[in-house]
Design a binder for this molecule. Structure first.
Ligand code: PAF
Length: 282
């Protein structure tokens, strides 16, 4: 049975009844198959699964889509029930931030100012602050994050390492449509023609990965990815397309690497990424 709780008091009471290994999956709702993969991974690794559903105002900029972000709690609950979650915590903003927006927020460090952080100042301050609060409230042994938001996953891992947060952070591979589009709650904003345009992102990643498999160097991998990004219908506006080390550390890349892309399709900003294996230059 899946129990829905809204307040911290209800959560504390329900959490104290859970024994064994507890896994938490944090979401902003609008659950799709990507979230279902997180829930499945949590189900496999933990004795009990908690899902949090909270659209966190702290991580939205003034011109972002906080108000229009989809809120679909009934459907989300159904997904959680089917996946066998034990507990769903869906607090109101006033429950998460009873004294208003917190004065003290987590500083994500230099990585928080790069890539997504460049276009979305303050975004990772808001993400890490709510993630740490939710970890404190749910006290899990394991927490599951999608690789789709790779910079977020990397920063959550880094936060837990740097601040001694006693939880195992598990990354779960991106779920894609059959044509390659990475699942995202924001895909529902795309019109049919925009959805076609959105394929530029996964096409670029595939081309980059194929170039790497063919033994090409980092420069050639990026060139192939850029060419594939621009090869389709016009319409996607590239924000960044970069090849980095898997920890997103600056510096030259070799061996296992990560290709990351962000682009605007109409009014919708999409991100995607893929692992790439660079062969040693002989
Ligand atoms: O990835 C998300 O949905 C959000 O950034 C998260 C981790 C739930 C924090 O609000």
């Amino acid at each position: 049975m899946t129990r829905l709780v809204h307040t911290r008091a209800e959560l504390a009471e329900a959490r104290s009844a859970l024994t064994g290994r507890v896994g938490v999956v944090m979401t902003m709702g609008a659950l799709h198959e990507g979230h279902e993969a997180l829930l499945r991974a949590a189900r496999e690794r933990a004795d009990h699964v908690i899902v949090t559903v909270f659209v966190n105002p702290l991580q939205f900029g003034p011109n972002e889509d906080f108000d229009r972000y989809p809120r679909t709690l009934d459907a989300d609950l159904e997904v959680c029930r089917r996946a066998g979650a034990d507990l769903v915590f869906a607090p109101a903003v006033s429950d998460m931030y009873p004294e208003g927006a917190p004065q003290v927020r987590l500083d994500p460090g230099p990585l928080g100012e790069d890539l997504e952080g460049l276009s979305r100042p303050g975004f990772f301050h808001g993400v890490l602050t709510v993630v740490l609060k939710l970890l404190q409230l749910t006290r899990p042994d394991l927490t599951f994050f999608g690789e789709k938001d790779y910079q977020q996953l990397t920063l959550v891992r880094r936060m837990c390492r740097d601040l001694e947060v006693p939880v195992e952070v598990v990354g779960v591979p991106t779920v894609r449509e059959s044509d390659g589009l990475a699942l995202s709650s924001r895909n529902r904003y795309l019109s049919d023609p925009e959805r076609q345009v959105a394929l530029s992102l996964s096409r670029a990643l595939r081309a980059g990965a194929e170039a790497a498999e063919a033994g090409r160097d980092a420069g050639a991998v990026l060139t192939a990815a850029h060419a594939a990004f621009g090869a389709g219908d016009p319409g996607a506006r590239l924000d960044y397309l970069v090849l980095t080390d898997p920890e997103l550390e600056p510096g030259p890349v070799q061996g296992p690497a990560r290709l990351l892309v962000a682009a605007w399709v109409g009014r919708t900003r999409l991100i995607d990424n893929a692992p790439v294996l660079l062969h040693p230059v002989s």
